[in-house]
Ligand binder design. Sequence first.
Ligand code: NIG
Length: 391
Amino acid sequence: MSSLAIDNIGLLITGDPTLGEGPLGELRGAAVVFEGGRVVTVQRAGVEADGRVDAEGCCVMPGFVDSHTHLVFAGDRAEEFGARMAGKAYEAGGIRVTSDATRAAGAPELERLAQERRAEGVRAGITHVEIKSGYGLDVAAEAKTCEVAAQLTEDVTFLGAHVVPAEFESDPDAYVALVCGEMLEACAPSCRWIDAFCETGAFTAEQCRAVLEAGRAAGLGLRLHGNQLGPGEGVHLAVEMEAASVDHCTYLTDADVEALAGSRTVATFLPATDFSTRQPYPDARRVIDAGATVALATNTNPGSSNTTSMAFCIALAVRDMGMTVDEAIRAATVGGAEALRCPDIGRLAPGCRADAIVLDADSPIDFVYRPGVPLVREVFTAGRRAWAAAG
Ligand code: NIG
């Protein structure tokens, strides 16, 4: 097995406080060595290995772990976005527009589109991704979506309960029964997780509970969309059912924050969504200070967050959500890994998967200080170079 060293690193963010200074476990003048797809050691610069990458004094950090995306879809909703910027409110019902386009697309087209989006994410430093279904909304299209997603990640989430499709408008409970029955059976083989959208205009807490219970019985882990467009029961339901993550958390009561703090459920913030839907930004400071674990994710989708940029999410989290740079970097790496219950990603510590990014910057503060500037120079997944900037 040959080894590869990234050497001459000005600042190495290990993500493991036991390996270096501060909450991000920082080392200066360092090297990291990969072998067999894993990190074998982090040490002082100047290392012997079969292959060597010169970081030229730049910052190296774990790749981003994007724990919430909807990468498999067809069509776009630029018109809806334009109308929103002119004052129209975001509504969950827009999901049906994407569902029509997704149902009409063949598997090869969905594969091509999803691969392009995944490649865009890799260029932006995302080395691990979760992908949800939810734009098929019938058995065949949901199963197709999950299969396409499974070509890109092990973390596929069945989200049949994204919105009630038009043909079930008059009988939403019949749709929930379909999701919990035939649709789940068709999708579960490609999935690790199940999710539901707990929100006015989508599904009630009672319906979401039924979906999550069915998923659990089928062997899937639980996640939930909650408290996105207003206060609601999502956070409490997620905590009560011991979901790995409750996502959005834009509107939280004191009781929600307290419940999160006393649980293993990660509060995943999706600030690019609040940007695009003109919602207020969540107060992450309050959630962190209460002791809850938090993550940041892009929520790539055509309706509420059409971006693959974790850097953008980090900038919003620091500028508008009360997070420090260290907290935002942690939330976008280790936090995402915790939200996916994957202890071997999100850090550059011995034994972890060798997922790393080399920045065109001395420090990750530049994600906030130089917003919008492409700062990812090189990307490694499982110890192999997945992408490098030209020149
Ligand atoms: O996470 N909240 C539900 N699902 C997506 C929105 C999907 C859409 O509008 O197409 C989200 O924001």
